[in-house]
Design a protein around this ligand. Structure first.
Ligand SMILES: [Zn+2]
Length: 116
């Protein structure tokens, strides 16, 4: 038997019910990441991804929605692993330029071959 979930579309403001199998709940292993539930509005066809409170998570799980569990690695939230500096456009351009240089990869993959 299919369950229904009451939702409100943030785009068209429609208050409606969607089948539980059309809702995806995303929960994170870290409390500092926002849990969400996603659905496509059957009226305006826009995707919604509102935040899910702890109560929402309980209700959605009991309704039988699909659940995606996302493991957040500890190092993501370790302040000692980041410089604290924002990434700049120069950093992005340096990365893009470095990514186009593949000679060293070819040399490491086949060191017996001569690569210019
Ligand atoms: Zn809508």
């Amino acid at each position: 038997m299919n369950s229904w979930v009451k939702v409100r579309c943030a785009h068209c403001r429609g208050r409606l019910q969607v089948p539980s199998h059309d809702v995806l709940l995303t929960v994170h292993t870290s409390q500092s990441w926002r849990d969400t539930f996603r659905f496509v509005c059957p009226l305006c066809h826009e995707e919604n991804a509102p935040a899910a409170t702890a109560e929402d998570v309980t209700l959605l799980v009991s309704a039988g929605v699909r659940v995606e569990r996302v493991a957040i690695p500890d190092e993501v939230e370790d302040p000692t692993r980041t410089s604290g500096q924002a990434v700049t456009w120069d950093d992005v351009l340096d990365f893009a330029a470095a990514a186009t240089r593949t000679e060293h990869l070819a040399r490491e993959a086949a060191p017996w071959r001569s690569v210019k």
